[in-house]
Design a protein around this ligand. Structure first.
Ligand SMILES: [Zn+2]
Length: 190
């Protein structure tokens, strides 16, 4: 597992934000009340400049210890074929700070995400199959609270029936166009 994550971490560090990530950052610049909630663990929203990203499934760039969740801030060894190094504070093995199937989601991120879903006017749902719970509940929460749900996905998902608007296509194509539209309406005189 440690070796597999070392490989994944290297791949993530080579990746760069795409036009969809940058469009989300731009949307947040135009509408500062936009909160980014993500199931992604790659940290690319932050790299694209998004402020305060709520990461429901953790972040693969961070490492913590298994037993007591001590954050590890040193250099993470990235060779594939070794056992996880021990935590300098308690000696338990280090692990990636991501949520695995069957594990609880980080409490603060969940509280923030659910609060935002209850209070938002619109929830933009992007690039998810809608099959992983509890994250997939968020559009339901927003919908029950009276928000509009707009979905951007290459194919219909488990959540498409909830969407007021379904924009079919890749995030990197649809989001820049959507944000450009928002920008032009913001700029237009009333
Ligand atoms: Zn520890």
């Amino acid at each position: 597992m440690w070796g597999w994550y070392a490989w994944r971490r290297r791949r993530v560090l080579e990746a760069r934000p795409h036009p969809g990530h940058r469009a989300v950052t731009e949307l947040q610049r135009i509408l500062p009340s936009v909160t980014v909630v993500t199931q992604n663990v790659d940290g690319l929203h932050a790299e694209a400049g998004s402020a305060e990203v709520v990461e429901l499934h953790g972040n693969i760039r961070r490492v913590r210890c298994l037993d007591r969740a001590h954050p590890f801030t040193g250099d993470v060894p990235d060779d594939d074929d070794r056992d996880p190094p021990p935590c300098p504070l308690c000696g338990s093995p280090l692990r990636p700070d991501v949520v695995w199937f069957g594990e609880m989601l980080p409490e603060r991120a969940v509280a923030r995400a659910w609060d935002e879903a209850e209070r938002c006017d619109a929830l933009l749902l992007v690039g998810t199959s809608g099959t992983v719970w509890p994250a997939a509940e968020l559009p339901h929460v927003a919908r029950r609270s009276g928000a509009a749900v707009v979905e951007v996905n290459p194919e219909p998902s488990e959540l498409t029936h909830l969407a007021d608007v379904f924009l079919q296509g890749a995030a990197g194509t649809v989001l820049p166009a959507l944000v450009e539209e928002v920008r032009s309406r913001q700029a237009a005189p009333p």
